[in-house]
Design a protein around this ligand. Structure first.
Ligand code: SF4
Length: 343
């Protein structure tokens, strides 16, 4: 099967253009159609001669994703199911608030990590998404954002299905095309990559000068307890994780966001807050405490008084703490609720 046009390298495209006797500037035109204008077929590349479009069709495929379903919550949040070229599906979410629209994007079909609170983990891992499939989620939801909220997507979180750092190259490439002035031109500071903590991946981000924000889904600062909640902790222990986060901070100066789901009688005691404080001491953080949404996992959300005490302790240690209330709960679009429902 021929290569997909969006999977080919700039060098390969350039060699191809040269081999058919076309001028070099055609490469820039094609890239502009693909990444800036976000077309879905060769026929839309209207400033290319018809003969060149035909040559492209004969030599490359152009695989695109589409929206299979959309459901909108009472609070305006919209969840999308995307059909991929091989009939697999992933989900994405648009979350409108004040003057922003945040898109939550998936990086894998399913997920291999089986976090106990997460519906996606119950699917198992199917495959990685290609950068063009990640990019398509942005393009398709951006169009819907204009229709639903009269505004473009302003922020992106890589927090949907899958662990982004287990699909490193595709995620980075999608970020490049979303942020590049030759692509969609979104500021890197409006993108957050959320990871459960793959230490080697975090160091690689630091080495690669990754510009967007980075969030660690910690959820529990007691290592043994976290192993039960997030089995990945066994191979990515706290020492490795802290070492990687110190490295990231030293190399990039970044303040890491710590995501922490408040689970009743599980990780919400004062002792848990103290452990969280101790975990975060080696590097600057801001903490997002997240309200939990019941899936089939058996966990419950913490009560308000407990959350208040948890916050009071952290603030007494001068930590920056925000509380995130989940959106789109009635449509299973909230954190940890994304799963392809098999009928
Ligand atoms: S929380 Fe993230 S890493 Fe964990 S199982 Fe769900 S999708 Fe995978």
């Amino acid at each position: 099967m021929s290569t997909d046009i969006r999977h080919t390298t700039a060098q390969n495209l350039s060699s191809f253009i040269e081999s058919i006797g076309e001028k070099k500037f055609r490469c820039a035109q094609i890239e502009e159609w693909l990444w800036k204008k976000g077309v879905r077929s060769f026929d839309e590349m209207s400033n290319l001669p018809v003969a060149l479009r035909e040559q492209l069709k004969s030599n490359f495929t152009f695989l695109t994703s589409g929206i299979a379903a959309m459901v909108q919550s009472k609070d305006g949040t919209a969840k999308f199911v995307f059909n991929l070229h091989d009939k697999r599906q992933v989900e994405g979410v648009l979350i409108p608030s004040d003057n922003r629209v945040t898109a939550c994007i998936s990086s894998q079909v399913g997920c291999p990590l089986k976090c106990a609170f997460c519906a996606t983990g119950t699917m198992g891992f199917v495959r990685n998404l290609h950068s063009s499939e990640i990019f398509d989620q942005f393009l398709l939801m951006n169009k819907k954002s204009q229709e639903l909220y009269n505004q473009n997507i302003t922020n992106i979180v890589y927090m949907g299905m899958g662990e982004p750092l287990l699909n490193y190259e595709s995620v980075i490439r999608s970020v490049q095309w979303i942020t590049s002035p030759k692509g969609q031109g979104l500021s890197p500071s409006r993108i957050t990559l959320s990871t459960v903590g793959i230490a080697s991946g975090i160091k690689r981000l630091a080495d690669d000068g990754f510009k967007p924000e980075i969030a660690l889904s910690l959820h529990c600062a007691d290592e043994l307890k976290r192993r039960r909640l997030m089995p990945v902790t066994e191979s990515q222990n706290f020492e490795m994780l802290q070492d990687a986060l110190v490295y990231l901070h030293e190399k990039t100066g970044k303040r890491i966001t710590i995501e922490y789901l408040m689970l009743k009688n599980w990780n919400d005691s004062l002792a848990d807050a103290k452990k969280l404080f101790a975990f975060c001491r080696p590097f600057p953080v801001k903490i997002n405490l997240i309200e939990y949404n019941a899936t089939q996992s058996g966990f419950e959300k913490s009560n308000e008084e407990t959350v208040r005490e948890f916050i009071a302790f952290l603030e007494s240690k001068n930590m920056i703490v925000n509380v995130r209330h989940s959106r789109g709960k009635d449509i299973d679009a909230a954190c940890g609720q994304l799963v392809k429902k098999v009928k």
